[in-house]
Every structure is written in structure tokens, then in C-alpha cells.
Write a protein that binds this ligand. Structure first.
Ligand code: SF4
Length: 220
């Protein structure tokens, strides 16, 4: 039976931005998470700039692959892409003492806070009143944790609003995978930081699975 929410049959509803705004700064973590969201905002004529600020990603070669994949899709859709700093030293400084926290724990809160504080600052300085993030579309993530960080960063500025739209609903999560396959995006196998790489490999070892080999897996 056809899935009415899959890309093939899906007719996108018109999204309304908060406060009837027409312009969005979209913090993006990677192409697979961004794909569905970018297509959704494009279909609603929301003028969107993608902001790639992810100093958590380790090592740099992995960072460059994820960034280039996102950039490639921005070029395809005609979106402006902002290549922000890879200030990894600041990231390591910020999460000092939280290296052994589990995923979705305190380290991740700091990681989200840092990325959203920079996104909100960029929005504030560059004429955006609304920003959002692609991070929440992944079912691996705690949406409440992400939204709390997003709102905290926005509260620093009187004119900035964090758009906490639930991109997973109405088939968003499945279309995210469909788009990733269609575009043959790079498929990362760990969240991003060196600690998530360590912990994912540990889990794989305990479950008799091969260690991650970075840079080779693509959706198809
Ligand atoms: S696991 Fe992911 S969200 Fe958490 S600190 Fe590492 S990169 Fe950031």
C-alpha cells in the first residue's frame, strides 16, 4: 500500500513561521538531517540561510565531509550556506569534565548550548528574527533537550525567536531517510564528537559488530 506521507505521494502543507516571519536562519548539523527540513521550508517559500556551526565534529576530515555534503545540497536547492568556525578548541574547553557523560546527558546540553548560542548571535547580527535547528529531526536525539537549549540561546536577544517546529511529525523522519537515499548523502555512523565515536565503537565491540570506518558509507 502506498504511504501517503512518503515523498512520492506527499503534498506539502504550507508552513507558517512564528510571528509571520518570512526569513529563517537554519542551524544545520549535517545533510541527512537537513534534507527534509530544507525541502519543507523551500516548498513554503521561507527564505532560508543554512548555518553550519559544528565544532563538536571529530576529526576534521569527518567535519569536512559532513560540511561538504550539506553545502552540496544547499547549492542544489539554491540556499545560502554559511560556513562558520571550526573552533574545536573552544568546544573541548566547554565540555571539560563531561567527557564520560552518556549521549543525551550533560555533555550534549553543553554541545547544543554552544552551537545555538553562536547561531542566535549570528541571527542577531545579521537581521534574522527566527532561527531553528535540524538536530531535532533525528530520533536518536532528545527533542526537549534540544528545544530547551534553543530557547535558552534565543533568550539572550530581545529580537530572536527559536522556532521549535517538530520536523519528525507527519512522516518527516521517514522522508529524511528517503531524501538521504535519493541524494546519496554521506551516512555518518556516530553523533559527531570524539566521545560519541569512542562510545559507539565500544557498544559495537560489546555487540560483536565491526568498528566504524569513517568516510566510506553513503545512503543508497
Ligand atoms: S554526543 Fe553528539 S550532541 Fe553529544 S556532545 Fe557529542 S557530538 Fe555533541
Amino acid at each position: 500500500m502506498n504511504n501517503p506521507l512518503s515523498l512520492k505521494n506527499f503534498s506539502r502543507e504550507k508552513l507558517e513561521m512564528p510571528n509571520d516571519e518570512k526569513k529563517l536562519l537554519l542551524h544545520s548539523c549535517c545533510a541527512p538531517c537537513a534534507g527534509e527540513i530544507m525541502e519543507a521550508v523551500k516548498a513554503s517559500d521561507i527564505k532560508t540561510t543554512v548555518y553550519f556551526y559544528n565544532p563538536n565534529i571529530h576529526p576534521q576530515e569527518e567535519y569536512e565531509i559532513r560540511k561538504d555534503e550539506n553545502k552540496r545540497f544547499c547549492e542544489k536547492l539554491g540556499f545560502k550556506f554559511i560556513d562558520a568556525d571550526y573552533d574545536k578548541d573552544n568546544w573541548f574547553e566547554r565540555i571539560k569534565g563531561l567527557e564520560n557523560e552518556p549521549e543525551r546527558g550533560k555533555r550534549c546540553t553543553q554541545c547544543f548550548d554552544m552551537r545555538f548560542e553562536r547561531s542566535a548571535l549570528y541571527a542577531h547580527e545579521n537581521g534574522f528574527n527566527v532561527y531553528a535547528t535540524t538536530l531535532g529531526i533525528s530520533r536518536w536525539k532528545n527533542m526537549e533537550q534540544i528545544n530547551n537549549s534553543g530557547k535558552r540561546a534565543a533568550e539572550r536577544y530581545a529580537n530572536i525567536y527559536y522556532w521549535d517546529f517538530n520536523w519528525r511529525k507527519k512522516g518527516g523522519s521517514s522522508r529524511m531517510i528517503e531524501i538521504s537515499k535519493r541524494e546519496e548523502f554521506y551516512q555518518q555512523e556516530y553523533c559527531g564528537c570524539v566521545y560519541s565515536l569512542r562510545d559507539t565503537n565500544k557498544w559495537r565491540q560489546q555487540n560483536n559488530k565491526d568498528r566504524i570506518i569513517r568516510g566510506i558509507k553513503f545512503y543508497n
